[in-house]
Ligand binder design. Structure first.
Ligand SMILES: Cc1cc2nc3c(=O)[nH]c(=O)nc-3n(C[C@H](O)[C@H](O)[C@H](O)COP(=O)(O)O)c2cc1C
Length: 415
């Protein structure tokens, strides 16, 4: 393959080198990435500079190495570099740096950069076998993996300590393959038809007033965007939001819970997956007014409410072949309430998230959730940007088995 048609051509890679005995292997990796056509910017931890001087990496990468958070010239580099990077590769990654990344410590360039990262992160640990097997280190690797990082596991073999074990930095070709894989657009949802609901619903009290909630729609829109990017046909049934419909997604705007039910039910047979990310209002005014209620017409009487239709329950009764994924927004007892909803509505997966308070899922660009599936332990996903969370959730949805009761209709949802 020539450099021009290599998947790495024109990609901007940040190579973060930390203080492991395997630092010298990062030189080979840098050369391989450059040969593949990538532009590589190297950052080094202070410990790494004790093993190999920055000069080596500067000469081979053709650009200055960033290692000091406070040196004037590199001020704010941690922000400007991440804004344009396609991937951050940490190789070799020490046990110390793995812990810092998992905990979000920001006392050096790499830690600070990792907290502003918009691109995938590939982490290649290298350490003594006993260190790698330690539950704390394994826990940190799992935390980062749950947050969407790719961990390229160390290899088994003779170690610097003279012992034999799993701890050697993965071979540069293995690291390159992992980097190429994250940079390649994934098309693993090709052939799938995904029906997503998003945003709040609005129930009128009179023509100018309504009952609604604070859902921004960002999570549902992120899932629609991610599924379309990964090859799925996507229909997004959305309550009123400020968001633009993602490219390649068919937008069906609705207002009330009833509208949303009708729009989803009409396309349910078409779909292979339903993702119910909308925050559907549970109540509506029993007798909404046809005319605006004037201030002086109101004598203090209470607003009579009634329940809106339960969309998931209604669709669950019509289900043939679809994967069904629900969301639960809870202020307390997240897992307990989520498990009950999962069971009651016969879902394949339920994503429970916290609303209310500072970390509320509503309106935030990032979210931390707990994924519940039947017969499995709750699986938490730590706080990540919603777009990244969407990809992690799609990975999990893909593994849900679809019942072969009937084939989905091939009709387009609007035909
Ligand atoms: C000779 C030598 C080799 C080391 N090799 C490793 C290693 O392979 N992996 C590791 O996790 N730590 C290793 N360490 C320890 C790290 O250098 C140390 O934890 C340091 O604080 C890491 O800093 P950093 O993560 O900021 O680069 C080594 C230390 C020495 C002195």
């Amino acid at each position: 393959m020539t450099t021009a048609n290599s998947p790495m051509a024109g990609k901007r890679v940040i190579l973060a080198v930390t203080g492991s005995i395997a630092v010298y292997k990062a030189i080979g990796l840098l050369r391989l990435l450059s040969q593949q056509g990538a532009t590589v910017h190297v950052i080094m931890t202070e410990s790494a500079t004790r093993f190999v001087t920055p000069l080596t990496f500067e000469v081979l990468s053709g650009s200055p190495v960033t290692s000091d958070l406070f040196s004037g010239q590199e001020e704010m580099k941690h922000l400007s570099l991440t804004a344009h990077a396609d991937v951050l590769v940490v190789a070799p990654c020490t046990a110390n740096t793995l812990a810092k990344l998992a905990l979000g410590l920001a006392d050096n360039v790499l830690g600070t950069m990792a907290l502003t990262l918009q691109c995938p992160m590939v982490i290649c640990p290298a350490m003594d076998g006993e260190m790698w097997a330690h539950p704390t280190v394994q826990g940190h690797a799992k935390t980062l993996e749950n947050r969407g990082a790719i961990i390229v596991e160390p290899e088994k073999g003779p170690l610097a300590s003279g012992q034999w074990g799993q701890g050697r930095l993965a071979a540069e070709e293995v690291i390159l393959a992992a980097v190429q894989k994250v940079l390649q657009p994934r098309r693993d949802w090709l052939g799938e038809r995904v029906l997503v609901s998003a945003g709040p619903t609005r129930e009128p009290i009179d023509p100018v007033r309504f009952l609604s909630n604070g859902s921004s729609g960002k999570m549902g829109y992120a899932i629609a965007e991610a599924a379309a990017a990964r090859g799925a046909e996507v229909v997004l049934v959305s309550g009123p939001t400020q968001l633009e419909c993602p490219q390649g997604v068919l937008h069906v705007p609705v207002e009330t819970a009833n509208d949303m039910l009708q729009a989803l039910a009409a396309r349910f047979d078409w779909a292979t997956t339903l993702v119910m990310a909308a925050a559907v209002g549970d109540f509506r005014a029993k007798d909404p007014h046809n005319h605006k209620v004037k201030k002086d017409q109101w004598n203090g009487e209470a607003l009579q409410l009634e329940r809106t239709p339960d969309i998931l329950l209604a669709l669950s009764a019509q289900r043939t072949h679809q994967r069904m994924i629900g969301f639960a927004a809870e202020t307390d007892n997240l897992v307990e309430h989520g498990q009950a909803k999962l069971q009651r509505k016969q879902l394949d997966m339920l994503v429970a998230n916290q609303v209310g308070g500072e970390d509320s899922a509503f309106g935030n660009d990032s979210n931390a959730v707990i994924v519940l599936t039947p017969n499995a332990a709750p699986s938490p996903i730590s706080r990540v940007p919603k777009r990244q969370l969407a990809d992690i959730l799609l990975d999990r949805m893909k593994t849900l088995s679809v019942s072969p009761q009937s084939q989905p209709s091939a009709l387009h949802p609007l035909s």
